[in-house]
Design a protein around this ligand. Structure first.
Ligand SMILES: NC(=O)c1ccc[n+]([C@@H]2O[C@H](COP(=O)([O-])OP(=O)(O)OC[C@H]3O[C@@H](n4cnc5c(N)ncnc54)[C@H](O)[C@@H]3O)[C@@H](O)[C@H]2O)c1
Length: 437
């Protein structure tokens, strides 16, 4: 196959900037440090542990992804970020309570050096939080310019070759697309006028993309899901992706639902409930932030089950998602799913899932992979929406007019085929007839 992409080598250092150094942010930074010190394996990370089959099954070519394609090395990563609290990463990680103190002590010297830059924050968009490590600005355009200065300074101070931004900040209130999001001009005008349709996360996204830096959106916020930022990304040759890291219950949904559908089993209802007690849970206790999360979680089943194509099986199934803030559980979220399915002659059956998960443990390797793949995309000249990264998101961004692909296994095939395509390898169709000629 003809090689389609010229991939620039990952020379020098890669900066990974995280708006939001909370549970997820500190867990990924501490974890990468532990892996660098050979204290642990990067479990859960496809870029570090995954393999990719090349050619025929009989060829026996299955390198690790990181040996196949030019990814930045973990030793070349420098982390930084912004937060509304001034705690360094060690203090914030202790506070988040995801990793044990013993674990954190082993990487303490490295992570306590990382201090958050002052955040662009507005309580109107995250009602449950208030912090003092915030910038003062006259208007939102001004705020975005300050973030661009932060990015440039971080790059110069750390002698970086390239940068990526991954949003690990809180879930903001639900915002609908607004006409001011339609063009770069209307967006910039609205920033100068402090328009309410422009949330802080959009200012980070604008600042990154304007600075030529890739942006990945880990929250369900609208952020880069608007035409203005998408146009800017194309204009500035910047890859963008989103939204909302696919962990926990939604991960399970996108594993299970494709299986139910592939066997043509019907669905009457899927009731999902969660209890969690971390700061994310507290933020989601606000109905307006919850609405943003709910929208992101609900669309998954509709898209996987395609009731329009299979009305006899999936028309009018009842789908409910609940999240309850329950402090004693901390970051250890507990999810329950009650799934009412039906089979041959309509006989009902039930599936119950009780997932005792650790949200940030599932999210951390996603942040690492998204940063490394976004950097790869940028070095390969890929710009705008990166649909091949859908694998990592609850609510994947796609080109206008397309429906998102939610099935985890299709997403993985899409991701690996994109890597094969980039390297000029044959795509794998799983046809397999050639073995029986
Ligand atoms: N943990 C998961 O599995 C998971 C999965 C999917 C999505 N997410 C999303 O990732 C985000 C982070 O989750 P978390 O568990 O780390 O939450 P968290 O509350 O522990 O951390 C978020 C941090 O962002 C900071 N913040 C808020 N607004 C900011 C701003 N404007 N600028 C800079 N910092 C800001 C907060 O102060 C906080 O420290 C949330 O939006 C969450 O919904 C998490």
């Amino acid at each position: 196959m003809e090689k389609e992409f010229k991939i620039a080598k990952p020379q020098g250092k890669l900066g990974i900037l995280l708006p939001g150094l909370g549970a997820v942010g500190t867990t990924v930074i501490s974890g990468v440090e532990a892996v660098r010190k050979k204290l642990s394996l990067p479990i859960g990370s496809l870029t570090q542990m995954g393999t990719i089959r090349l050619g025929k099954r009989t060829d026996k070519r299955t390198p690790k992804i990181k040996d196949f394609i030019e990814l930045a090395q973990l030793d070349d990563i420098i982390f930084g970020g912004w937060d509304i609290f001034s705690d360094n990463v060690y203090e914030a990680a202790v506070n988040a309570g995801v990793l044990t103190k013993d674990h954190l002590e082993q990487v303490r010297p490295e992570i306590e050096k990382i201090k958050p830059m002052k955040a662009v924050f507005d309580r109107n968009y995250v009602k449950k939080l208030d912090g003092s490590n915030v910038k003062k600005y006259t208007n939102k355009f001004d705020a975005a310019k300050m973030l661009m200065d932060d990015i440039a300074k971080f790059k110069a101070d750390n002698n970086l070759d390239r940068l990526v931004v991954v949003w690990c900040g809180s879930t903001e209130i639900f915002l609908k697309p607004d006409p001011v999001h339609d063009t770069i001009e209307s967006f910039e005008k609205a920033m100068k006028e402090n328009h309410p349709a422009i949330a802080p996360s959009m200012l980070y996204a604008y600042a990154a993309v304007k600075s030529g830096v890739a942006f990945a959106n880990g929250a369900p916020n609208l952020t880069v899901d608007i035409p203005a930022i998408q146009q800017l990304a194309i204009q500035n040759n910047v890859p963008i992706s989103g939204k909302d890291f696919k962990t926990g219950q939604t991960l399970m949904k996108t594993i299970l639902a494709p299986g139910i559908k592939s066997r043509m089993l019907g669905l009457n209802g899927w009731f999902s409930t969660n209890i969690l007690g971390n700061r994310d849970g507290e933020v989601l206790d606000d109905p307006e932030s919850f609405k943003t999360k709910e929208e992101s979680k609900l669309s998954v089943l509709e898209h996987i089950l395609q009731p329009d194509l299979y009305p006899e099986l999936y028309d009018k199934f009842y789908h409910k998602v609940r999240i309850n803030y329950y402090p004693p559980h901390g970051d250890n979220k507990e999810g329950w799913d009650n799934i009412d399915i039906f089979g041959w002659l309509g006989y009902p059956m039930q599936i119950k899932i009780n997932f005792l998960c650790r949200d940030s443990i599932l999210a951390a390797p996603i942040v690492l992979d998204l940063a490394l793949f976004s950097d790869l995309a940028q070095r390969s000249g890929m710009k705008g929406i990166q649909e091949w990264l859908s694998f990592y998101y609850k609510s994947p961004m796609v080109a206008k007019g397309l429906y998102p692909e939610h099935d985890l296994f299709i997403q993985l095939m899409k991701l690996k085929n994109t890597l094969r395509h980039m390297k000029g390898e044959d795509l794998i169709t799983h046809l397999g007839l050639e073995y029986y000629d």
